[in-house]
Ligand binder design. Sequence first.
Ligand code: G3I
Length: 361
Amino acid sequence: MTSRLSAFASSLFLSLLAGCGGGGGGGAIDPVATPTPYPPAPAVANPDPLKDAALVSGRLVGTAVQSSYLGQSQYGDTYVKHFNYVTAEWEMKWDPIQKQRGVFNFTGGDAIVDHANARGIAVKGHALVWHGATPDWVNGLSSEELRTEVGYHIRTVAKHFKGRVIAWDVVNEAVDDNGRDLRNSVFLQKLGPGYIAEAFQIAHEADPGAILIYNDYSGEGRGGKSDRIYQLVKELKDSGVPIHGVGLQAHFDGASYPSQADITWNMQRLAELGLLVNVSELDVRVKSITTDRWDRQKRAYKDLTAACMAVSRCHAITLWGFTDKYSWIDSAFGADDPLPFDESYQAKPAFFGMQEAFLGR
Ligand code: G3I
């Protein structure tokens, strides 16, 4: 029994003992005062490299990273052992790179790219145009100034990393959650819907060798937003815009996520447009699951990976972080354990769900 599990068992035993204390100082436990923690995931140290399983079918398996963690030996060693693809979680976005107009800071991005390139790990740039990481000064520009600055930013950043990244998330999350409209971002308001095509065109001119991707969330299976994303990328492709792929973020809740069949169907229709498909930001929240939590999380990771395996043009799966020690989910949704490695960098059932699916098991 792992030390964490035994610690949990003894704390549960003590809490039950107190509850049965009867008269005197025992007293009943207030059921809401001390919610019983769910047993930690059964985890395994030192599993075979996940990238070896992905490579059997020639696929990339990656993770988002932050440069400040790379110096931590367990973090760096685990990432290098298991992944052959990496995305900067935030350090290659507009806000950190050009926080001040005309002043570019590539420190974080270069640290990630150099670390990966030195180890033969491919890099995807993320993200050139996204409403979620746009510095304040951009929002105050006139339409004419904004068009100039968007082009300058894309050109400067794409040229800086040219030859060191294999792909870019060029435009991120341009479709509204209502599944009908484009998101009413500063880019749409001031540049019109053509900003999307223009961004891809400029990125292609700056780095003709890069795979250029449209990336979004809640478009993994069947549904309105999925259809709107399909319509957007079909229009871009049909009009000769240099778009090469679609990123399906897959920020899932393990209690309810699209079926493997629906994800496969959606990936296949995107592939039939001549586009690559990648799962770009996979994590699976589980805190709402009170029974069989770790098996259900494994099921979600396995279903998603199997869906990708069923579509030849689904060429990569990227996790949005790989260890529960560091996940954006904790700050955005509350404490959770959404990733395939636990906080001690041991492999959870979710890891083996991906490995089994990569190996066709
Ligand atoms: O770590 C630095 C700290 O040293 C510094 O003092 C501080 C100054 O603001 O910034 C800290 O970095 C923060 C970083 O997360 C690491 O925690 C950034 O402020 C913060 O903006 C950044 O948030 C990221 C967010 O995108 C915005 O860029 C999240 O990590 C990242 O998980 C999230 O990822 C997005 C995808 O890009 C697009 N899809 C949705 C996804 C989740 O929102």
